[in-house]
Design a protein around this ligand. Structure first.
Ligand code: CO
Ligand code: ZN
Length: 325
């Protein structure tokens, strides 16, 4: 799990995926036939073969914030990068690549705290005034949320398990896979701002099958919305989310691979949210697309929580799909 910790704590808000790509490259370079980076910042790892062309993806970017304005007192106004809930953001720490760290607070005159809007929030980086703040940060600088990596028994809690859990699944699978299929592992950029890296990389590769690996919601916390997914019951085979209806044939094949290898799985219908699969399946004339999801509580908070066994079973499932599908 040390490598997963390293991945979660790296600095890679959307559009700034360089650091995590370097970390992934160092980890998998000895297991790949080729590795290259494309114009949009996707890292593409290939294991060549004569069989089917299969593309796996996991997005490397994370949600964050970007500075839009610095006021006279040195407080920063900001815009979200990806989907950031203002309620989740309140009193969280944000860290810039330089290490400068601020806290998100709010205009106290705002009444209904649950309905708080992004425009009522600001960041305090400890600057005494605008001049001092401008020496520390600039308009357009991005910051990530801060959240330690903690293991609680079988559970892991950290910032950015969305989607470093998926990145970890692919890097571990790359080390183990033995297959004659022609395999592409794409560590995609800019998923959180609109599935952008997945779009260009799928166009370029145009695989027979595409499979996104990402996190999904659960329905196993007190008084939560109905969802037939629980932590620890296995990785999910996606049926549908807001961005994709997965290819029925591919879903069936993935289920068979799981069953034949005695890998536990759950079926996922995600009512809110999407993944890279949304962009992948409507590339060119269409690509048969599916997704493997890791059940995750509190997605897009600084305390995302997964079960280690689901992550391990997802690695095994990807390893077997790559060879047997
Ligand atoms: Co996300
Ligand atoms: Zn994600």
């Amino acid at each position: 799990m040390e490598f997963l910790e390293k991945l979660t704590q790296s600095f890679s808000p959307s559009g700034r995926e360089e650091e995590i790509c370097d970390i992934i490259f160092e980890e998998i370079k000895d297991y790949a036939d080729s590795v290259y980076k494309d114009t949009l910042g996707n890292l593409i790892v290939r294991k060549e073969g004569n069989g089917k062309k299969i593309m796996f993806s996991a997005h490397t970017d994370e949600i964050g914030i970007m500075i839009t304005y610095i006021d006279d007192k040195g407080f920063l106004r900001f815009s979200p990068i990806g989907w950031v809930d203002p309620f989740y953001a309140l009193y969280q720490r944000v860290k810039f690549q330089s290490g400068i760290t601020g806290v998100i607070s709010y205009e106290e005159k705002t009444d209904a705290i649950k309905d708080i809007k992004m425009k009522n929030l600001f960041i305090d980086i400890g600057a005494k005034d605008k001049e001092e703040a401008q020496k520390m940060v600039s308009i357009g600088d991005t910051a990530q949320f801060v959240g330690d990596f903690v293991i609680n028994g079988d559970r892991v809690m950290s910032k950015t398990l969305d989607n470093r859990a998926g990145v970890y699944v692919l890097t571990e699978a790359i080390k183990k896979i033995k297959s004659n299929n022609d395999l592409y592992f794409v560590f995609t950029s800019q998923e959180e701002v609109g599935l952008r890296g997945a779009k260009t990389s799928t166009f370029d590769i145009f695989p027979d099958f595409a499979i996104a690996v990402d996190v999904t919601d659960t329905g196993d916390t007190p008084e939560c919305n109905y969802m037939a997914v629980s932590l620890g019951d296995g990785p999910c085979i996606k049926i549908k989310d807001q961005s994709v209806i997965c290819d029925r044939e591919l879903v069936q094949r993935i289920k068979s691979v799981a069953t034949n290898n005695s890998i536990p799985y759950q079926l996922e219908v995600l009512e809110h949210g999407g993944t890279d699969a949304g962009a992948m399946h409507i590339t060119r004339s269409g690509v048969k697309t599916g997704a493997i999801s890791i059940p995750t509580r509190y997605i897009h908070s600084t305390c995302e929580t997964c079960d280690i066994n689901d992550i391990k079973n997802a690695i095994l499932l990807v390893e077997k799909i790559a060879d047997e599908i």
